[in-house]
Write a protein that binds this ligand. Structure first.
Ligand code: NAP
Length: 498
């Protein structure tokens, strides 16, 4: 089973030992990155494996390979030798692995490693792309059959990532580590077992208290707790069914927590992974390679995925936006669960079955506003749509016989005629821009029901202002949960567990 390795990027041995202790329940291996240590700390590296009490990789990474070591090659070899020298007869006190780059040719180091039971990881990094002959590269890396070949490459698109999985399959009997770096490769860190990797690298969670100087060692690495708890790394197999979410930039999504918890509670062999997708077309080749079974779709792709749907639900046809794709034998089937997620959340909150006689303001005219507007129309409410780009408000409003305006002084004035319920659907006020409020000039009377579809932060500036004026307020988390549960049922054929 693929192991979890924590890259230690502290400046002192003490800090690295503290990090090992913090993540001990989640990790199998630690990598001592000597290149991150202060120079006088390097004297103590030989004692590290015994102090850490965990199998440890000895690595001194050069700048050209993505590390920090800038002194000469001689100094690096001395450090590696110092780490391996005077090895203990008790092998648990030696480094379990040593990372030697493909171009490092020092037979005495290899000899020392073999004598004292230290496994050699023969590594190759390419920060500029994915080699055309990746499989051959992997085969050629190992100098003897007992070495582990490690290849870390930087994909430029998802076709590159798909190639990595194919190479993983073609070399399934080889002891190796295959990594696609950067945001496009985050999935390869979770699906290490599927790639046939010996281990996956993780980093301490950036920004934790007292860790100001701790850095993420490799671009795209997760922290061990998230990998094990959220992504259920230890229970993933080669055959785990893959689901996920596609969007861009996809910085603040809670969907992986919700879906993965569902698989865990139902003991299903599934995993839900975020895929940062800027260009849709190249993603679908990876979706086929991984046989992804279901996808949540978010900003900005809810309309862009429509041409990929071989079937569409009546909601998708009505609204013209799709947030759920399910793999079928005929291709992707498209659904929209935002619509029901929204209306179930709002109706439950106000304790009603419909919106008869309700006058509603919708702020925004993006993908989700479309679903909101159609639901308000279905539930017999009357609405005003105001948006920064007035034409987009018009496009949604006119077919539904709703009023529309710009997000300006006139639009704000019109809210007075549509203020039973105010629904905020723009991204204004979302983390990290929590000081923004899209209707700053509007004065709440205290009678309005105000729903903001944003759920990070929990209470936006707009909701705070509304609550202070006495309004009933609701954020977007309940909607998110409801739409995710509907997706879960479409993906798996099972109800989301209570
Ligand atoms: P979208 O299609 O990209 O639409 C974005 C909307 O925000 C547009 O109306 C856009 O106006 C407006 N906007 C963006 N920046 C603005 C600014 N600086 N000033 C004024 N207006 C601005 O995105 P979406 O899919 O509709 O999602 C919008 C929000 O809803 C996001 O915050 C998302 O997290 C949230 N959401 C929540 C849930 C949930 O389950 N709770 C589900 C889906 C979405 P223009 O038309 O002028 O560009």
């Amino acid at each position: 089973m693929a192991k979890v390795c924590l890259c230690l990027t502290g400046r002192t041995i003490l800090k690295d030992l503290e990090l090992v202790d913090r993540y001990r329940p989640y990790i199998d291996v630690a990598e001592l990155r000597v290149d991150f240590l202060d120079p006088d700390e390097r004297f103590y590296i030989r004692r590290f494996p015994a102090l850490a009490g965990i199998p440890t990789i000895l690595t001194v990474r050069r700048k050209i390979d993505g590390g920090h070591f800038i002194e000469g090659e001689g100094a690096r070899i001395v450090l590696l030798a110092a780490g391996l020298a005077f090895a203990d007869t008790d092998r648990r006190r030696n480094f379990a692995y040593v990372d030697l780059e493909e171009d490092l040719d020092v037979p005495s180091l290899e000899e020392a490693a073999r004598t004292f039971g230290t496994k050699i990881i023969r590594s190759y990094h390419n920060f500029n792309g994915v080699d055309a002959n990746l499989e051959q590269k992997l085969w050629n890396l190992r100098r003897t059959g007992d070495e582990i070949a490690k290849v870390a490459v930087m994909p430029k698109n998802y076709d590159d990532v798909a190639r990595l999985y194919k190479v993983g399959e073609a070399t399934k009997d080889m002891d190796k580590i295959l990594i696609a770096m950067g945001p496009l490769g985050a999935n390869t860190r979770i699906l290490a077992e599927r790639l046939g990797s010996h281990l996956t690298f993780t980093s301490p969670l950036a920004g934790e208290a007292g860790d100001a100087d701790i850095q993420v060692a490799g671009p795209g690495q997760l922290d061990p707790k998230t990998l094990v708890d959220t992504y259920r790394f230890r229970s993933l197999t080669k055959d785990t069914k893959v689901f996920g979410i596609i969007g861009y930039p996809l910085t603040a999504t809670s969907s992986p927590q919700i879906h993965n918890k569902g698989y865990s509670q139902l003991k299903m062999d599934g995993v839900y992974i975020p895929f940062t997708v800027e260009n849709l077309p190249d993603f679908f080749s990876l979706a086929d390679t991984l046989q992804i079974q279901g996808l949540s779709v978010t900003i900005p792709h809810k309309e862009g995925v429509l041409p990929y749907c071989s079937q569409r639900s009546p909601e998708v046809d009505r609204i013209g936006s799709c947030n759920t794709l399910v793999r079928t034998s005929q291709g992707w089937a498209g659904y929209n669960t935002d619509a029901r997620g929204f209306s179930d959340s709002l109706l439950t909150f106000i304790g009603k079955q419909n919106l008869w006689y309700k006058r509603v303001t919708i702020i925004g005219a993006g993908g989700v506003a479309k679903a909101v507007a159609h639901e308000i129309h279905r539930l017999k409410g009357r609405a005003l749509i105001i948006n920064r780009t007035p034409l987009r408000a018009k496009e949604i409003a006119e077919p539904l016989n709703f009023a529309w305006a710009g997000l300006d002084a006139r639009g704000i004035e019109l809210i007075d005629h549509y203020r039973d319920i105010i629904i905020q659907t723009t991204s204004v006020g979302m983390e990290p821009n929590i000081d923004e409020d899209p209707i700053e000039l509007y004065k709440f009377r205290g009678k309005e029901v105000v729903m903001d579809l944003i759920y990070k932060p929990e209470e936006t500036k707009l909701l705070k202002r509304a609550a202070r004026a006495g309004c009933k307020t609701l954020n977007g988390y309940d909607m998110l949960l409801r739409q995710a549960k509907l997706q879960f049922a479409l993906f798996t054929g099972q109800e989301y567990p209570d």
